[in-house]
Write a protein that binds this ligand. Structure first.
Ligand code: ADP
Ligand code: MG
Length: 283
């Protein structure tokens, strides 16, 4: 299910002294099954942008199309759009509030008016997708660790069986193990056929996971390309307040020292090969 925005502009508190233009004239199209990373410094407009993609925010000007339909056109159902485009907020565990983990994950599907059996099937499937153990389901969400709670919140959205899954910094604030688990879940969800849009501060994570990267700077889309195209532009990233992946910085420093290495490497393995090649070449 493609998602597209055309000339999207969003102004908060328009006409007041505290007016903020959070998004300026943004256009892109995401095709079915893509895994897109959305990066940018704090305040660059990431959260504002993704809230437009399921109709939580209305554009000040411009158009949002889901499945090639203008979601704000007369006759379009925002409820339907929100079912197809699942959005996991930053710190979603703050919205976990039911008595048991099962009830919490079931909350969304129950509101879709599905049969009890269908709700159970979806909760079970979502539980497995995010790797929660069965015995956790009858516990209170308030007894869980941060990483487990985060997974419960993601499962609640997954149980709605959206076509597109958008996650706002899903690994923020977790320890390295929690981060890896959550990102592994996200990877599996993408492999299961979902289109995924991942908002992240962590360049290594997006470089490793995503097929395409969108870069926002002060509400403008300043880059849209493959991880290799975007991450090897160290100067661009630094100019928008982002830190390039460590291997890119390393290769840049080697070049400054006169080594003839490529800077368009993305992984430690590629960097190693490139350094060995250069050392051998030197004889
Ligand atoms: P990011 O998610 O990249 O940190 P945001 O989309 O949250 O960026 O914010 C973009 C800009 O819009 C910032 O200048 C921010 O202060 C402003 N902003 C965000 N939400 C609101 C709001 N509800 N009311 C007014 N301004 C807002
Ligand atoms: Mg944000």
């Amino acid at each position: 299910m493609p998602i597209e925005v055309r000339n999207l502009t969003h102004v908060y508190m328009r006409g007041t002294p505290s007016e903020v233009t959070a998004l300026s004239d943004i256009s892109f199209r995401i095709e079915d099954g893509e895994f897109v990373g959305l990066i940018g410094a704090t305040g660059s407009g990431k959260s504002t942008l993704i809230q437009h993609l399921n109709g939580l925010l209305k554009p000040t000007s411009g158009t949002v199309l889901v499945d090639d339909m203008d979601i704000w056109a007369k006759g379009s159902s925002l409820k339907e759009v929100r079912r197809k485009v699942g959005l996991v907020f930053q710190f979603p565990e703050q919205q976990v509030f039911e008595e048991t983990v099962f009830d919490d994950i079931a909350f969304g599907p129950e509101n879709l008016g599905l049969s009890e059996d269908e709700v159970k099937r979806r909760v079970e499937r979502a539980r497995q997708m995010v790797g929660l153990s069965e015995e956790i389901m009858s516990r209170s969400p308030f007894e869980l660790s941060g990483g487990q709670l985060r997974r419960v919140a993601i499962a609640g959205i997954v149980a709605m069986e959206p076509k597109v899954l958008i996650l706002d910094e899903p690994a923020a604030g977790l320890d390295p193990r929690g981060r890896n688990e959550i990102l592994g879940n996200v990877k599996r969800l993408h492999e299961s056929g979902l289109t995924v849009i991942l908002v992240s501060h962590n360049m290594e994570d997006v470089a490793r996971l995503c097929q395409r990267i969108l870069v926002l700077d002060k509400g403008r889309l300043v880059a849209d390309g493959s991880p290799r195209e975007v991450f090897t532009r160290g100067d661009l990233l630094r100019s928008v307040g982002l830190r390039p992946p460590d291997v890119v910085s390393l290769m840049e420093r080697l070049r400054q020292k006169g080594w003839k290495v490529r800077t368009d490497v993305l992984t430690v393995e590629e960097a190693y090969e490139e350094i060995v090649r250069e050392l051998n070449g030197k004889g």
